[in-house]
Design a protein around this ligand. Structure first.
Ligand code: FAD
Ligand code: NAP
Length: 329
């Protein structure tokens, strides 16, 4: 088991983590990025990205993340194939984290960029039929439903994009939403409504996912109308749950302040948590904007603030660090 020491320890490798790394490395903070189970983050499970500035043509999410990673490495970031399973921030800087590998990471500053993960409905049959007709990623699993009938559950950008993407494989795509209007961007809604192979079912919730996990998988969804209460069955081969994401903050429970949704709380307009030297950036702290470009921007802010914090540090012989101004008082 090795110990890795750095001036800037970054947990997470989405747009926030890689951007923090690029700025941190260029500020001579010799950052380490611990990549986690999803190197590149959420954009690695999508295809077309049309709103990341700088590209006139449509680009691919996984490609964009490879480019960000390459840039971060090029300027001197160390990438670690590991997942943090334990964090100690209580004693102040330096902060200690332990990886799944057993390796220990010590950072004078800590930048948390652990992002968010797909939410599930929690309806009966959902988990049992996972991978047997039920999925949360059309890009990953859409191919398996070539020529078949599929449903997408949700009404945000993700659900609409998933439905549009699935038309590449399926002739018959139905979007099922619990209200009578979508929260997805207008441009995506327009594409959805104009698409000849997509139908929208309004005011419906999924009560259960039905089928035999051992024989044939999903066969239908048991639906309920939210206005009339009427129950109905919806036959389909695949169902894609696209109802949003939850922040990956389990590690920090009881250690850092969070809101009711589990998002890390920061000083408004900054990436600063309540512990000096610990910063949060991207979807892990942002339940409003949740975009690649905003995550990248916050990663930049966290790196700049981490560098400022570090340059005011006086690290004593035991390796404990105190802000110079406070230590002098
Ligand atoms: P994430 O991208 O969520 O990355 C989190 C990182 O943290 C991952 O690398 C993960 O491995 C790591 N991690 C988590 N826990 C640990 C741990 N314990 N130890 C180590 N590492 C850990 N936004 C756009 O702007 N344009 C789009 O077109 C667009 N399309 C999207 C399509 C889909 C299907 C989805 C789901 C999202 C899309 N978004 C889009 C939103 C965008 O992907 C996110 O806002 C952005 O990725 C957030 O970046 P992030 O760095 O905060 O976190
Ligand atoms: P979201 O915007 O939070 O939308 C979640 C959708 O699921 C909502 O329509 C919600 O319904 C519905 N929902 C939530 N819980 C449900 C439940 N238990 N049962 C039934 N329906 C439920 O999530 P998202 O679409 O994943 O988007 C997340 C963020 O990523 C957003 O900021 C989005 O802009 C961004 N994103 C951007 C792009 C892009 O720019 N191209 C693409 C994908 C994602 P209600 O509407 O009734 O609340």
């Amino acid at each position: 088991m090795a110990t890795h020491r750095t001036k800037m320890l970054i947990i997470g490798s989405g747009p926030a983590g890689y951007s923090a790394a690029i700025y941190g490395a260029r500020a001579m903070m010799e950052p380490i990025v611990v990549q986690g189970l999803q190197p590149g983050g959420q954009l690695t499970i999508t295809t077309d990205v049309e709103n990341y500035p700088g590209f006139r043509e449509v680009i691919q999410g996984p490609w964009l993340m490879e480019e960000m990673k390459a840039q971060a490495e090029h300027v001197g970031t160390r990438m670690m194939w590991d997942t943090i399973v334990e964090v100690d921030v209580a004693g102040g800087s330096p902060f200690r984290a332990v990886g799944d590998s057993g390796d220990e990471y010590i950072g004078d500053t800590l930048v948390i960029c652990t992002g968010a993960q797909a939410k599930w409905l929690g309806a009966p049959g959902e988990q049992e039929l996972g991978g047997k007709g039920v999925s949360a990623c059309a890009t990953c699993d859409g191919f398996f439903y070539r020529g078949k009938k599929v449903a997408v559950i949700g009404g945000g950008n993700t659900a609409v994009e998933e439905a549009l993407y699935l038309t590449n494989h399926s002739e018959d795509v139905t979007l099922i939403h619990r209200r009578d209007s979508l929260r997805a961007e207008r441009i995506l809604q327009d594409r959805l409504f104009k698409h000849p192979r997509i139908t929208v079912l309004w005011n419906k919730v999924v009560d259960s996912f039905e089928g035999d996990p051992l024989a044939g998988g999903l066969t239908h969804l048991a639906l309920r109308d939210t206005e009339t209460g009427e129950a109905s069955d919806f036959a389909c081969d695949g169902a894609f749950v696209a109802i949003g994401h939850a922040p990956a903050t389990e590690l920090f429970k009881g250690k850092l302040k969070m809101d009711d949704g589990g998002y890390l709380l920061v000083e408004p307009g900054t990436p600063k948590t309540e512990i000096p030297g610990v910063f949060a950036a991207g979807d892990v702290t942002d339940h409003v904007y949740r975009q690649a470009v905003t995550a990248a921007g916050m990663g930049c802010m966290a790196a700049l603030d981490a560098e400022r914090f570090h340059s005011g540090l006086d690290i004593d012989l035991e390796g404990h660090a105190e802000p110079v101004s406070e230590a002098a008082e």
